[in-house]
Design a protein around this ligand. Structure first.
Ligand code: G6P
Length: 608
């Protein structure tokens, strides 16, 4: 979704704002814009396309003087990605500039009202109403104008506001959607997330819904909805700048694939002490776990795929019924939920609108909620009763890789910990599973090392128009994720099918042009998969098999082979996805796709 940045200090604002935008560009890249206040007026430059276009138009920001400003990178919702629709938006007489992330649901009514009052709109965006309302309500009191404007808005929004007549002062408002404040020395910032700021400050304040903040170079003041000043905690970010940069890799996605051994290790290792898993941070006691009679795991996109894997593993170890459900479905379902239900909300960003809404719905019905989240201080982390942080570090590529595998690692940890607390494991099995968890970082590395030939396979298979991923049980869950990776970055149509379902319709699409990726990493289901492979081969399809390292049976069945290292069967989905991530990456690269920023996609979907 859109990314916003604000800066006020003594340095020239525009180069700092552009640097922040570059770091936020993964959030949206349809268009970008910057506005600075200088000598009583607002100077603004906007450009469709990437932040590089905006940098070109402004000599990297040097062309704009002024030490206070706001900037935006857009992911279009209302109106095409043109220069005019790009943010910031100016009020009628240029007194206010505003940047916005989210959707203003009552914008049509507000626009009609403002147009009836004689205001001519320049853009097709919902945001422009905000700029006009600010000017309408401004009587010399900046804060009051912002509060009166915010009170008129319905929907989800984060706003950054600049006023020509208020030198050095900025306001930002949060009503659903991510917003943090960055505290510097003689300068202050706001931004959609910490990646925009880590190069300049590590001291941040996480804003909550209904709050607004006033920034000057010397001071940051946070107010509640009624305008009363409130105290906020300052957090210290542990990420460094390098973690948010490419470090010599051609793409963030490849860098993040390669970081998985370390990310999985950071997620698992600190939680195992003396051979015991300690998840005290979840806030769940053995007694509370014993009271749970159902678990629902929810999320969107890859986080949902992690939920599906989690279902298999938790049910198998804990013997508690588990449902995995898409958050966008769960939020509108009349689900059977009560105080004995545990909801596990899975999200890399912690800001996904549907996941937040599903949590609110389930929590209102009494469910306990545990969040598995990567971004510290995010909305989901703060909403949940307990949090198990994945420690993937910043993930920049839109297609998640280390975000997903660390979600699996966290779900596995939870499953083993919970099973042990419930007395479902004998000592020997428990220590076997703990060893299995500890082995995962090196198995992730082995999965990378075993599949370096995948780039040559991608050369062979990149011309496919349609392909299928098939698997059973956890391999089916991994097939869903492998298929999503391929389609989102290479734009090749692909579908994941439970292998046993093929003959109920989909096999009609199999012919000699088709490539079928067959996941065969579950020993007990290997023979079943061989039958499915033979079914598609009989229709002329080519097969790319994914099997456990050393399993020679696959050579008799598949045209080409990817490998996953042998491991505890319950944890197989983690190393197994890595060759499929690499396959998707190299196919997209062969096809010349914009790998880190695929068309139409956003890293963090903060609107419904
Ligand atoms: C977007 C991203 C996906 C991600 C999904 C859920 O669609 O492109 O990679 O899996 O949102 O995001 P979350 O931050 O909640 O994990």
């Amino acid at each position: 979704m859109c990314g916003i940045v604000g800066f006020t200090g003594t340095a020239q604002a525009a180069p700092i704002l552009l640097d922040g935008l570059r770091r936020l560009e993964y959030r949206g890249y349809d268009s970008a814009g910057v506005a600075v206040a200088d000598a009583g007026r607002i100077e603004m430059v906007k450009a469709s396309g990437s932040v590089a276009n905006l940098a070109g138009k402004t000599s990297d920001g040097a062309a704009l003087s002024g030490t206070c400003g706001i900037a935006h990178t857009r992911w279009a919702t209302h109106g095409a990605p043109t220069d005019t629709n790009a943010h910031p938006h100016l009020s009628e007489h240029g007194l206010f500039a505003v940047v916005h992330n989210g959707i203003i649901e009552n914008f049509a009514a507000l626009r009609a009202e403002l147009e009836a009052g004689g205001i001519a709109f320049r853009s097709e965006t919902d945001t422009e109403v905000v700029a006009h309302l600010l000017e309408k309500y401004y009587d010399g009191d900046f804060k009051r104008a912002v509060m009166r404007t915010a009170a008129r808005l319905e929907g989800s929004y984060v706003l950054g506001v600049l006023c020509a007549r208020e030198p050095g002062r900025l306001f930002c408002v949060k009503e659903a959607g991510p917003l943090i404040l960055g505290l510097g020395v003689g300068e202050n910032y706001f931004a959609s997330d910490v990646t925009a700021l880590v190069a300049r400050t590590k001291n941040v304040v996480y804003m909550d819904d209904g709050e607004l903040a006033e920034l000057t170079p010397e001071r940051v003041t946070v107010y509640d909805r009624t305008g009363r000043e409130i105290a906020k905690d300052v957090s210290h970010v542990v990420w460094n700048v390098e973690a948010a940069e490419k470090g010599g890799y051609e793409h963030f996605m490849l860098k993040e694939i390669m970081e998985q051994p370390r990310a999985v290790k950071s997620t698992i290792e600190p939680r195992i002490r003396g051979g015991e898993i300690d998840l005290g941070e979840t806030g769940l006691t053995a007694g509370e776990l014993g009271d749970i009679d159902k678990i629902i795991i929810t999320g969107c996109g890859s986080a949902y795929h992690a939920a599906v894997v989690g279902k298999y593993v938790i049910e198998s170890l804990c013997r508690i019924p588990v449902e995995a459900e898409l958050a966008s479905e769960l939020r509108y379902r009349d689900a059977i939920i009560d105080g004995r239900t545990l909801l596990i909300a899975v999200s890399q960003s912690g800001e996904t609108a549907d996941t937040i809404a599903a949590m609110r719905e389930c929590m209102a019905r009494g469910a306990k909620c545990l969040a598995i989240v990567n971004v510290v201080g995010s909305t989901i982390a703060r909403l949940a009763g307990g949090v198990l942080y994945t420690r993937a570090g910043p993930e920049i590529a839109v297609a998640t890789t280390k975000g997903y595998t660390t979600q699996l690692a966290a779900l596995y940890l939870f499953a083993v910990w919970c099973a042990e607390k419930l007395g479902r494991l004998d000592e020997a099995r428990y220590s076997e599973l703990v060893s299995g968890l500890r082995a995962l970082p090196s198995l992730a590395q082995r999965a990378i090392d075993l599949n370096l030939h995948v780039r040559y396979l991608a050369e062979r298979w990149h011309g496919q128009e349609n392909l299928f991923f098939i698997g059973r049980n956890m391999d089916y869950a991994a097939a869903m994720e492998g298929s999503l990776k391929l389609k989102e970055i290479s734009y090749i149509h692909s579908e994941a099918y439970a292998a046993g379902e093929l003959k109920h319709g989909t096999i009609a699409l199999i012919d000699e042009k088709r490539l079928v990726v067959a996941l065969c990493c579950q020993e007990r289901l290997f023979d079943k998969m061989v039958s499915n492979i033979q079914e598609v081969k009989a229709r002329g399809a080519k097969v790319l098999g994914l099997a456990i390292e050393g399993d020679r049976r696959i050579f008799a069945e598949a045209d080409d082979v990817l490998y996953s290292p042998g491991c505890e069967q319950l944890f197989a989905a983690l190393p197994e996805i890595i060759p499929l991530q690499l396959f998707a990456y190299y196919v997209a690269r062969e096809n010349g796709c914009a790998i880190d920023k695929p068309r139409n996609l956003a890293k963090s979907v903060t609107v419904e």
